[in-house]
Design a protein around this ligand. Structure first.
Ligand code: FAD
Length: 453
């Protein structure tokens, strides 16, 4: 049977759900198909033994857009904010050191050497011009500042956001604002100050947030609003254009109907999107296929607080690759938000793998838990095994905004312009963070509304 819907969204992660919800709110009859049993994609919260685990993202930066989405969904009262001034740590020479979060703290921190501080002064008072072609994050930081800054702060930060390799990530695509600051102001610091000044009204607070019952609250609220418009256990497998300019999409799984839709929004990872689009035009496949994904393992361990030698007074810590450890970083969930662990217990979530350690994803959950347990024991002075362990491996966790990403996306956009009615949403377009996915999804919904009008 062929169902007719003005708009079909393929993929029910946060990107697809937000786009479908915005279309529904605008009075557009929308259908969303999701391949797996539950919507949410990599956002998944699980309660176990009194611990509240996040198997994917641990929290998100609360923008005004996300807040108003939560208000519309009626879940704003369930939002939790992490303490704003809690320190973040980085592991240097086997010790956890506080990351300087303000310019005065940067200049007085012993984590940063004098040449790096001078490089910052040079940036403030000097002028530099970005190279013509794309530049890696590592090359940018070495050119503007120092190898030490790259190793101790930028590299670990890049692991925290992209699980990426700074030698491969493109500064223009992964951190476009830094590139823009240098291009327009000749200085990163002056560029940042100029941007801050240009923003009118009170400065937006962007606290690290989650919900009382975990990140999945947002997914459940969106899915509830969409109701029967979300069809799970159903994959889009074929796509072709019809004479009237609409599209025919064949489905497989719980529903084997096909859908005829004027608008199709792809909120799927690039391999799936590329394969579907290649059925319309084979030139899409080589454009989307080179976008690499990093695999990440998420290991949650629960300990009795009395067995942890560190006060766990902060967000957690990141680990420079030069340390020789395999863990990329650990979030101290129970120090950030209430209700993450039973009384007297601590919940610690650790990330392993990423673009610099692809072999980690081939290890078994037991091996990964063993590595994390061993490394955490030395960093946090823990002398007993955890009371609780969980390991989740995401083989295609995060898209890599590597060198050439911008050009690849520009080519995809150009090819897509030949098919009005087709749109892209997802974490490889505007940034991998949940907030960026929401922003992109809402922008697509606006475009669809514009075309309908
Ligand atoms: C381990 C990890 C930690 C992270 N940490 C953070 C964090 O702390 N803060 C933050 O802001 N962000 C974080 N992120 C990033 C953020 O969570 C993701 O970028 C975002 O959730 C991706 O959403 P999406 O909808 O674009 O993609 P996905 O969640 O990947 O959703 C795509 C959906 O498409 C479905 N699909 C695939 N093929 C088909 C098909 N043929 N037909 C129908 N459906 C299909 C999939 O089943 C999936 O549900 C993290 C991500 C990971 C993996």
């Amino acid at each position: 049977m062929t169902r007719h819907a003005p708009a079909l969204v393929i993929g029910g992660g946060i990107s697809g759900l937000v786009c479908a919800y915005a279309l529904q709110k605008a009075g557009i009859d929308v259908l969303l198909v999701e391949a797996s049993e539950r919507p949410g994609g990599v956002i998944s919260s699980v309660s176990h033994d009194g611990f509240l685990l996040e198997l994917g993202p641990q929290s998100f930066t609360g923008s005004s857009q996300l807040r108003s989405l939560c208000a519309n969904l009626g879940i704003v009262d369930q939002l939790l904010e992490a303490p704003q001034h809690a320190p973040r740590y980085v592991l240097v020479n086997g010790k956890l050191r506080v990351v300087p979060m303000s310019p005065p703290a940067f200049f007085t921190s012993s984590l940063i050497n004098v040449p790096t501080k001078w490089a910052l002064v040079r940036d403030i008072f000097g002028n530099s011009v970005p190279p013509e072609g794309d530049e890696s994050v590592a090359a940018f930081i070495r050119r503007k500042f120092s190898g030490q800054l790259l190793d101790r702060l930028v590299g670990p930060f890049v692991s925290g956001v992209y699980a990426g390799d700074p030698e491969k990530l493109s500064i223009r695509s992964a951190f476009p604002q830094l590139h823009e600051d240098e291009k327009t102001s000749g200085s990163i610091v002056r560029g940042m100050l100029r941007l801050a000044k240009s923003k009118k009204g009170p400065r937006e607070r962007s606290p690290l947030s989650t919900f009382r019952e975990g990140n999945e609250t947002l997914i459940r609220a969106l899915a509830n609003k969409l109701g029967s418009r979300v069809v799970t256990k159903t994959s889009a497998v074929n796509l072709y254009g019809q004479n009237d300019g609409s599209f025919h999409v064949s489905l497989e799984g719980a529903s084997s109907d096909s859908v005829s839709a004027r608008f199709v929004i792809f909120a799927t990872p690039t391999d799936v999107t590329g394969n579907l689009l290649a059925q319309l035009d084979p030139s899409f496949a080589p454009l989307l296929a080179p976008i690499e994904y990093a695999a990440v393992a998420v290991i949650s361990l629960g300990y009795m607080k009395q067995h942890v030698g560190h006060a766990l007074d902060g967000f957690g810590f990141l680990v420079p690759r030069s340390s020789g450890l395999r863990i990329l970083g650990t979030v101290w969930n129970s120090s950030l938000f209430p209700g993450r662990a039973p009384d007297d217990h601590a919940l610690l979530t650790t990330f392993v793998g990423g673009a610099t350690d692809p072999a980690a994803a081939t290890l078994s959950p037991e091996e990964l838990i063993g590595i994390v347990q061993h490394e955490l024991a030395s960093v946090l002075s823990i002398n007993t095994p955890p009371r609780f362990c969980s390991a989740t491996i995401w083989p295609r966790a995060l898209p890599q905004y590597n060198l050439g990403h911008g050009e690849r996306l520009a080519s995809v956009k150009k090819s897509l312009a030949r098919f009005p009615g087709l749109f892209l949403a997802g974490n490889y377009l505007r940034g991998p963070a949940i907030g960026a996915c929401v922003e992109q999804a809402l922008a697509v919904a606006e475009e669809v509304k514009g075309q309908l009008a």
